[in-house]
Design a protein around this ligand. Structure first.
Ligand SMILES: [Zn+2]
Length: 113
């Protein structure tokens, strides 16, 4: 389950921010998860609960913002929405797509005390 490693990465980011901004407690974590990122939001939530225990982010609210997949279709010369990587273009059915969004995982912001 790679979500465990990803959650540890999120906690590392939180720890760095805590040092920089000098906060003592995290009340909420907002995470953007792209539809094409191969990350399961529910698995992230579960792992975060486990790895945040005993840290400043313990019992923080964990909010997931799901970012839809987006790609540039070279046939249509326009951006299109896709649900999964390697899906065909919904407009022309072609496969000449370049993923442009929704393939990342990132900490959007933190609510801190
Ligand atoms: Zn197309």
């Amino acid at each position: 389950m790679h979500e465990m490693a990803l959650c540890e990465g999120v906690l590392d980011i939180i720890a760095e921010e805590a040092t920089r901004q000098r906060f003592a407690r995290v009340r909420a974590v907002r995470l953007e998860i792209g539809a094409l990122s191969h990350v399961e939001p529910e698995a992230m939530r579960f792992c975060f609960d486990a790895v945040s225990r005993g840290t400043i982010a313990e019992s923080a609210r964990f909010e997931v913002i799901e970012v839809p997949g987006e790609a540039w279709c070279m046939n249509c010369s326009k951006p299109v929405a896709i649900a999964r990587r390697f899906d065909p273009c919904p407009a022309c059915g072609g496969y000449k797509l370049q993923v442009t969004g929704g393939d990342a995982l990132r900490v959007k912001d933190l609510e801190v005390v």
